[in-house]
Design a protein around this ligand. Structure first.
Ligand SMILES: Cc1cc2nc3c(=O)[nH]c(=O)nc-3n(C[C@H](O)[C@H](O)[C@H](O)COP(=O)(O)O)c2cc1C
Length: 380
């Protein structure tokens, strides 16, 4: 039954809904999706329908990582639900976790529009949002209004960035800004994990904390907060392995449990563009261009730091094969955004159902057993 519903929904998304959506500006599609989604999730009958896409829980997909229990490894990556307005709907669709935000200490309108530019043939979105969000206080209040049990089997990861404004360019102010958000979130018992976003390519003053010395000073201050939930770092993917490894060397010296690999791609010459992309369009690229780069960084990170860091693999997941590859290369969990837009929301249930088939085919009893099996010998 679910298989049929997913297959019909996927066909309808590809042949009817996506062509309509892709005719409209991505900025308006994104904001209307958030508005419609928050309305739908509160309707008793209509709101329950997305539950038909979800794969029923199966203990073979369950894992405890960083001390947190995940019912399946597929999550929403940071940036789609910036103000954490869609948590009930995202759980109903079948996600095993969500990364909300990025949130910042001070509310921010983001960069001048447009924020998004679609590259349909490249299967990518150019993102220039600049961390728009309602600010940690208002967002944290919203999280507390959800029923507590919503997050019991659906861990909420909150992505924390530094406020996108001129005043945070100064290092000590920037560090205080991150810490202010974390201290505020510590009072919110529904948050399961903190993701520190050091790699937003569109913010005022660039990405200063991707410099090892500055990252070290930031993490020293975060250590001192003695946070009660695990901390992970959202990594940039524009670095070569040597420079990436320098950041990991800093990270493992601190109270950090994992890394998300990774953020948007800035270097367009590595993007394998199949669409025109004028220089006037600013921003970092999501989707397919990030896939091989993130996969190789996941593999290397798992090989060298797999015993110390949990990896959330993000970048260009459009199918079960894409998710499975990331897990086989070393990711315990997988995040996605662009795949959702290009393939439709039934993709989450499709991936979880197909992961179970792949486990059977390959003779694994649990998804945890798959993590990293290809890290040593994969040729990317
Ligand atoms: C619309 C959009 C907004 C994003 N905003 C954020 C953000 O606020 N914080 C963040 O850490 N990453 C942000 N990202 C990056 C994604 O979390 C992810 O790392 C990247 O898009 C690669 O994954 P994908 O190919 O599945 O989209 C954003 C991406 C997209 C597409």
């Amino acid at each position: 039954m679910r298989l049929l519903v997913r297959s019909i929904s996927g066909g309808a998304y590809r042949s009817i809904i996506k062509p309509i959506l892709f005719h409209k500006s991505p900025d308006s599609v994104h904001s209307k999706t958030i508005k419609l989604g928050s309305r739908v999730q509160s309707m008793p009958l209509l709101g329950a329908l997305p539950g038909l896409w979800a794969q029923p829980r199966d203990k073979r997909l369950r894992q405890t990582v960083m001390g947190v229990s995940f019912s399946n490894p597929i999550g929403l990556s940071a940036g789609f639900d910036k103000n954490i307005q869609l948590a009930p709907l995202l759980k109903r669709i079948g996600f095993g976790f969500m990364i909300g935000g990025s949130v910042t200490a001070v509310a921010c309108d983001g960069n001048p529009r447009p924020w998004f530019y679609r590259l349909p043939r490249t299967r990518s979105l150019v993102v220039y949002a600049g961390l728009p969000n309602q600010g940690v206080k208002r967002i944290s209040k919203r999280i507390l209004q959800y029923p507590r049990q919503l997050f019991q089997d659906f861990p909420l990861v909150v992505s924390v960035a530094k406020t996108n404004a001129e005043f945070t360019v100064e290092e000590s102010v920037a560090i205080d800004d991150y810490c202010a958000s974390l201290v505020h979130l510590e009072r919110n018992d529904r948050v399961a994990v903190y993701e520190i976003n050091i790699s937003c390519p569109n913010a005022y003053g660039g990405e200063p904390f991707t410099e090892p010395g500055m990252l070290d000073r930031l993490l020293r201050r975060i250590d001192a907060l003695e946070l009660t939930r695990p901390v992970i770092i959202k990594m940039p993917i524009d670095l070569e392995w040597g420079a990436f490894r320098e950041l990991l060397e800093v990270i493992v010296r601190h109270d950090v449990r994992g890394v998300t690999i990774g953020n948007l791609l800035k270097n367009r010459s590595r993007a394998g563009l199949k669409d025109e992309l004028p220089d006037t369009i600013k921003g970092g690229l999501s989707g397919m261009p990030t896939q091989p780069i993130s996969n190789e960084l996941i593999r290397q990170t798992y090989l060298h730091y797999g015993d110390k860091l949990t990896i959330i693999g993000v970048g260009g997941v459009f199918s079960v094969e894409d998710a499975y590859t990331k897990i086989r290369l070393g990711a315990s969990l997988v995040g996605m955004i662009t795949g959702l837009m290009f393939v439709g929301p039934q993709i989450v249930g499709e991936i979880n159902a197909a992961l179970l088939k792949l486990l059977e085919r390959d003779g694994f009893t649990s998804i945890a057993d798959v993590v990293g099996v290809d890290a040593l010998d994969h040729k990317s």
